[in-house]
Every structure is written in C-alpha cells, then in structure tokens.
Write a protein that binds this ligand. Structure first.
Ligand code: KIV
Length: 285
C-alpha cells in the first residue's frame, strides 16, 4: 500500500474525495486499519479514556502518547499517522509545542501532530509549521479543556458562538495547519467552514458536509461501554463478542475441553513401550 502524505490529503479536498480517519493506539488495531484502506490514523489522546481508563483526556502524558505511536507506526505503513499532543504538552509556550512536537515525530514516528485550540493557539500552529512539523488543528468542542470549564457541549448553536468557531477555524488555516478537526459543531456551521477553508475539515459529530470524518476506534466497534455519544454509529458489538469468547474459554478450561488433542504437543514415541511414565521416571533417577 502506498503511503498517504499531506499533499494527498489536500488533493482529496480539491477533488472532493471524502477523507476517512479513525483513532488507533496499538500495533494490532493499526494494522487492521491499514488493511481497511482508511486514509488517516490519529493516535488520539482519547487513549487516556479508552486505553488507560481515566475519566477524561487530561491525564495522559507525552511519553505514553509516544509509546502508543511507536506501536501504531510499526503496525501501519500506509495511512497518514497523526500524533495527538496531550494536555500541557503545548499550552504553556511555543517552545514547549516545538520541543514536544519534535519528540513526537522523532521518537514516535508520526507524520504530523494535532493540537486543540483556535485563535489563542495560532502562534503554536505557526511555531510548529515553521519548525516543519505538519499540524492538524482542532476547534469546536475541545475535550482537553471543556471538562474544566463548561462540559461537553455542542458548539455553534447561536450566531455568536457560530462566529467564534468560524474565526477559530480560519485562524488555524492562516497559521499553516494542513487540516482541521471540527468536533461537535452544528452541521450548518461545519458546512460554512468547509466551504470557506482551502484545507480539509475533518468532522466528528459535525454533520455530513465536512471533507472527512473521524471516529474513535473503540466507539464504532462497541468496545467502550462507559458512554456512546449521539453522533456515533456502532458498526459492531465487539465488546459483547469478546465477553462471550472469554466466558467460553473459562468454561472450557474448567470442564477440561481446552486444550483439546489438536492443541497439544507429544513426544515422538509417546505411544511405544515401555510405558512412558515408567521409562522417564527410571531415566531421571
Ligand atoms: O483523541 C481523539 O480521539 C480525538 C478525536 C478527534 C477523535 O481527538
């Protein structure tokens, strides 16, 4: 499979081809994503919740994100891989953004990084792109900071908030980002932004008119049961399947059905005389 690059992602917008994106955090899932032909993997800070079991995306750190990225980049050689910069790895200064962004690319092997924030994060996007690190923006709902302020709310329902989201997206494009995630933005506002920007918009809970869509791996496959956002469609119920399989395994071990003959190794001459047990015990004395 040919590796997708930033130029191809930009071309897809120009040619009105939808961009498919999903999160992944380990080797096996990244390989599955690669075989499905999805264009872009985000090593998302949602790992904080769906992999590490925290309540929010706030606790995960840069070194954990780099570890996940190393596994993902080993498992997938075709998709564009974007590393999600975790909370406080870039908020304090442009220097922090470049240092941690550089670490993500050098050690994690990602092709680009994502940061949350609009106008207020414009200089971070500029600093990263000046350092030649491609950046994906993220505006609308920003999960790293929304739990600290207002909670998880749909963005752009009123004229005032719609204008704010639009201005944020424009600022991110002006700063040099190659794409921007729109999270939980009303579909009307997402459409306006998509038509206005020359870089692709990647929607999550932002309606059908974005240039691409992104989802969390565990959400669409039914692997995370804490809650399922309204904008998610479940394509499988793997959590239930896995649960059933684990219960069957446990039952079969208890009742002696597993391992069966086909799962068992034997000595070359285990069927010959003298009886095996007596022979081995005799030879080991
Ligand atoms: O971390 C994440 O999962 C995200 C979403 C945009 C998918 O940031």
């Amino acid at each position: 499979m040919k590796k997708i690059n930033i130029a191809e992602i930009l071309r897809m917008k120009n040619e009105e081809r939808k961009i498919t994106c999903i999160t992944a955090y380990d080797y096996t899932s990244a390989a599955l994503v690669g075989r499905s032909g999805i264009d872009l993997i985000l090593v998302g800070d949602s790992a904080s919740m769906v992999v590490l079991g925290y309540q929010t995306t706030i606790p995960v750190g840069i070194d954990e994100m780099i570890l996940f990225s190393k596994a993902v980049t080993r498992g997938n050689k075709g998709s564009l891989i974007v590393g999600d910069m975790p909370f406080m790895s870039y908020q304090a200064s442009d220097e922090d953004a470049v240092r941690n962004g550089g670490k993500f690319v050098k050690e994690g092997g990602v092709d680009a990084v994502k940061i949350e924030g609009g106008i207020k994060m414009k200089s971070r996007v500029e600093a990263l792109t000046n350092a030649k690190i491609p950046v994906m923006g993220h505006v609308g709902l920003m999960p790293q900071t929304s739990p600290l302020w207002s909670g998880y709310r749909v963005q752009g329902r009123t004229d005032k908030t719609a204008k704010e989201v639009i201005k944020d997206a424009i600022a991110i494009e002006e700063a040099g980002a190659f794409a921007v995630v729109l999270e939980m933005v009303t579909s009307e506002v997402a459409k306006i932004i998509t038509e206005k920007l020359s870089i692709p918009t990647i929607g999550i809970g932002s309606g059908p008119d974005c240039d691409g869509q992104i989802v969390v791996f565990h959400d669409i496959l039914g692997l995370y049961d804490k809650f399922t956002p309204k904008f998610i469609k479940k394509y499988a119920n793997l959590g239930e399947e896995i649960q059933k399989s684990l219960e069957s395994y446990r039952d079969e071990v208890i009742n002696g059905k597993f391992p069966a003959e086909e799962n068992t190794f034997h000595m070359k001459d285990h069927k010959t005389n003298p009886p095996l047990k007596r022979r081995i015990i005799k030879n080991t004395r």
